[in-house]
Design a protein around this ligand. Structure first.
Ligand SMILES: Cc1cc2nc3c(=O)[nH]c(=O)nc-3n(C[C@H](O)[C@H](O)[C@H](O)COP(=O)(O)OP(=O)(O)OC[C@H]3O[C@@H](n4cnc5c(N)ncnc54)[C@H](O)[C@@H]3O)c2cc1C
Length: 610
C-alpha cells in the first residue's frame, strides 16, 4: 500500500460541497469577509457539480417583488400548505425575502432569463417559477464562487468533519483526492456544509445497468446528512422523504408541462381520477385536501390509489397542447435544457407526445431539504424573526458550534429549490463571518491522534481489498470483503422493503421499521469489511457509509412519528391517519457516535404567519 501524502489546508471558512448552496455560501462569505481565507471543497468539479449539473429550465423560487407578484409571506403559506402544516416559517421567510436579489445576480452574471414579450417581466412558468435558458446555469453560478473563493479544491471527497479537542466545536474536515489519493486535512474556524441530498438510499425503479437513472442526481450521496450526524448535530423531519410523479423511465420533469403547457393527467380510460379520491383522502388527512394548491403528496396519493385500483397507466395528456407549435417547442426544449435522457427514452419507446400521451410514474423516495420536502439539519433561525426557541446561535448554525448549513442540508424549509438553496448559502455565509468576528476568532485545536486515526479509517477499504483480493469464491464474491456496489444494493433493498419503498407500495409499520433497523445494524457491521479496489471505489465506499448513516436516521424518524402525515410519500399502516393533535410538531434526532444510539424528541411548530 503506498504511503499517502497528507496535505494540510487552513482557512477561516470551509465550505463543503460546491453546488448551489455551497456556491452561495462561498460568494457571500467573501462579500462580508474581505480579508478572510475562504475555501470550498468539492468531490466533483464545481463547474458541473450537484443537482444542477445538467442544467435547469426553470428557477422554481422567485417572488417577483419588484412587480408585486408575490410577497415572502405568500411563499411561507404555500410551503406550509404543501408540507401539511409543518415548516420552519422563520427559515422559509428568511429565504423568501432575499431570493429575488439572488436571481437578479444570476441574470447579471449572464444567465438568460426568458421574458414575457407583452409585460417585459420574467416569463412565469407558474406562480413561483420563472423560465430560463439554463443549460449553463451551474457554470455561471460556479464562476462567481470561483472568483470569490481563496481556493477551490475540486475532486476531494469529504468523509468526516473534525471536532476540536473538547468535542464541542467543529474544527474542519478531512477527505481524500479521488484522483491522486492524497489525504486532505482542512482546519477551519467555521464550516458550512452544503453537500446536497440523497438518492439511492431506497431501491430505484431502474435497476441493473439502468440504475443510474434516478430522478435526484445519482451522485447526491447523503453527505449533507451523514457529516453533521456524525458530529452529534440534531436532524429534523428526516422521515419526510419525497416521492416524485414524473414521466416514466426518464424521470423527465412535469412542472413546465402542468404549469406552462397546461397539460393534465388521466387514467387509462381517459378519466380524471383526482376528484374521485377526494373524499377518502379527507378521511385520512382532514381539511388539508381542500387547500389550494392540493399538497404534492396528496396528488401522489390519488395517483397511487388509482394504480392500485387497476386503472393505470396514468398518462399526461400532451396531444392537445402539442398541436400548438410554440408549446411543442417548449415541451421538447424543457427536456433538452434539463433532462435530455427523457427525450431519448421517448424516441426509443416510439413516443411522440404530439400523437401519444406519455405515461407517468412515481419515483422511489429521496431524502432532501430543498424541494417539496424538508429533511435536514436543525438550524438556528434569523435573529430578527425566529421565535426564541429556534435561536441558540447564529443564523443557519446547527446545534454544533461553528457548523452551518445550506440547501438540502438544512431541514424544515421546503420549496427553496436552486435559487433558494443559493440564497440560504448566502445567509449561512454571512452568519459564519459574523460568528468568526465575535465568538470564533481562534483556530480550534484538533488532536493529531484524531487526524491519524481518521487517515487509517479513510483508506481502510483499500488496504482490506489489497490483503484479500486473491481470496475470491467466484466472480466478485469474497468471503473477506463486501464491495461498495453490493453493500449499496443491500441497503437499497432494506430501505425499500422495511422503510416504505416502491416494492412495499411506500408502506411500513413499527414491526417492519424495527426489523429494518436490525438489518441496517447488520449491514453496518459488514461495512467494516468494505473492500475498494481503487480510488474510485474508495469514493463509492464512503458514499455508501454516508447513505447508510442517513438511512438509519430516516428509519428512526419514520418509527418515531406515529401517524401518516404525508400519504403519497409514505404510509404508516399502523397509524394510517394524520394526527394533528399529537404530531403537529417537528421530529428531532441526535446520534451518539460512541454508543451508536439515537435520541428522538419533538419540537414545536410555530406559525408566525397567519
Ligand atoms: C432532476 C432535478 C430537477 C430539478 N429541477 C429544478 C428546477 O426546475 N428549478 C429549480 O430551481 N430547482 C430544481 N432542482 C432543485 C435544485 O437542483 C436543488 O434544490 C439544489 O441544487 C440544491 O442545492 P444544494 O447545494 O443543497 O445541493 P447540490 O446543488 O446538489 O450541491 C451539492 C454539492 O455537494 C457536493 N458533494 C456532495 N457530497 C460531497 C462530499 N462528501 N464531499 C465534497 N463534496 C460533496 C456535490 O458534488 C455537489 O456539488 C432540481 C433538482 C433535480 C435533481
Amino acid at each position: 500500500m503506498p504511503r499517502r501524502k497528507t496535505v494540510y489546508v487552513d482557512s477561516d471558512i470551509l465550505v463543503v460541497g460546491g453546488g448551489m448552496g455551497g456556491c452561495g455560501a462561498t460568494y457571500e462569505s467573501r462579500y462580508w469577509g474581505r480579508d478572510l481565507k475562504i475555501v470550498c471543497v468539492e468531490k466533483a468539479n464545481i463547474e458541473r457539480s450537484g443537482a444542477v449539473a445538467q442544467g435547469l429550465y426553470a428557477i422554481n423560487c422567485y417572488m417577483g417583488m419588484q412587480w408585486d407578484e408575490n410577497q415572502p409571506e405568500d411563499h411561507v403559506r404555500y410551503a406550509r400548505n404543501d408540507l401539511m402544516g409543518l415548516v420552519r416559517e422563520d427559515l422559509g421567510y428568511d429565504i423568501a425575502r432575499h431570493v429575488d436579489s439572488t436571481v437578479h445576480k444570476f441574470e447579471e452574471w449572464g444567465l438568460p432569463i426568458m421574458r414575457d414579450p407583452e409585460t417585459g417581466r420574467y416569463q412565469r412558468e407558474g406562480k413561483w417559477q420563472i423560465m430560463i435558458h439554463g443549460e449553463s446555469y451551474k457554470p455561471i453560478v460556479a464562476e462567481a464562487a470561483r472568483k470569490a473563493a481563496t481556493e477551490v479544491y475540486n475532486r476531494i471527497m469529504v468523509t468526516h468533519l473534525l471536532m476540536d479537542k473538547q468535542g464541542k466545536r467543529v474544527a474542519g474536515a478531512v477527505g481524500f483526492n479521488v484522483r491522486t489519493g492524497d489525504f486532505y486535512v482542512f482546519r477551519a474556524k467555521a464550516v458550512i456544509v452544503a453537500a446536497g441530498g440523497a438518492s439511492h438510499i431506497f431501491k430505484p425503479r431502474s435497476v441493473g445497468e439502468g440504475m443510474g437513472r434516478t430522478w435526484y442526481a445519482p451522485w447526491s450521496s447523503a453527505s449533507a446528512y451523514a457529516l453533521p450526524i456524525q458530529t452529534g448535530a440534531k436532524m429534523t423531519q428526516m422521515e419526510n422523504r419525497i416521492v416524485l410523479t414524473r414521466f416514466k423511465d426518464g424521470y423527465g420533469p412535469v412542472g413546465a408541462y402542468f404549469l406552462h403547457l397546461k397539460t393534465y393527467t388521466q387514467n387509462a380510460y381517459g378519466e380524471d381520477y383526482e376528484a374521485y379520491w377526494r373524499d377518502s383522502i379527507e378521511q385520512m388527512v382532514g381539511d388539508y385536501v381542500n387547500h389550494h394548491p392540493v399538497p404534492t403528496c396528496l396528488r401522489n396519493h390519488a395517483f397511487l390509489e388509482e394504480m392500485k385500483a387497476g386503472r393505470g397507466p396514468i398518462r399526461m395528456v400532451t396531444k392537445e397542447a402539442f398541436q400548438d407549435p410554440h408549446k411543442e417547442t417548449v415541451g421538447w426544449e424543457n427536456f433538452l435544457g434539463m433532462t435530455i435522457s427523457q427525450a431519448v427514452v421517448w424516441a426509443s419507446q416510439n413516443i411522440d407526445p404530439k400523437y401519444i400521451n406519455p405515461e407517468l410514474t412515481t419515483s422511489e423516495p429521496y431524502v432532501m431539504g430543498s424541494h417539496a420536502t424538508c429533511s435536514g439539519a436543525w438550524a438556528s433561525g434569523p435573529e430578527d424573526y425566529a421565535p426564541s426557541e429556534y435561536q441558540w446561535g447564529y443564523n443557519r448554525m446547527m446545534t454544533v458550534e461553528g457548523l452551518f448549513g445550506a440547501g438540502d442540508t438544512i431541514g424544515g424549509t421546503a420549496h427553496k429549490f436552486s435559487s433558494g438553496s443559493f440564497t440560504e448559502g448566502r445567509i449561512a455565509g454571512k452568519a459564519a463571518v459574523k460568528y468568526l468576528s465575535e465568538l470564533g476568532k481562534e483556530m480550534p485545536q484538533v488532536s493529531d491522534a484524531e487526524i491519524e486515526d481518521l487517515k487509517k479509517t479513510v483508506y481502510k477499504p483499500m488496504e482490506h481489498y489489497e490483503v484479500y483480493r486473491n481470496e475470491i469464491v467466484a466472480g466478485t464474491v469474497s468471503p473477506h470483503y463486501i464491495l461498495p456496489i453490493h453493500a449499496l444494493q443491500r441497503l437499497e433493498k432494506i430501505m425499500d422493503e422495511y422503510c416504505g419503498g416502491i416494492s412495499a407500495n411506500y408502506t411500513t409499520n413499527e414491526p417492519l421499521l424495527t426489523r429494518g433497523l436490525e438489518m441496517l445494524g447488520m449491514l453496518k457491521e459488514d461495512t467494516a469489511s468494505l473492500g475498494a479496489e481503487d480510488l474510485h471505489q474508495l469514493q463509492r465506499a464512503w458514499e455508501l457509509q454516508h447513505r447508510l448513516l442517513a438511512s438509519e436516521c430516516v428509519t428512526q424518524h419514520t418509527l418515531f412519528r406515529q401517524e401518516t402525515r404525508w400519504p403519497g410519500y409514505y404510509y404508516r399502516a399502523d397509524h394510517p391517519k394524520l394526527d394533528d393533535q399529537d404530531w403537529h410538531c417537528f421530529t428531532l434526532s441526535q446520534y451518539d457516535r460512541d454508543s451508536g444510539t439515537w435520541e428522538m424528541e419533538k419540537a414545536p411548530v410555530y406559525h408566525i404567519i397567519d
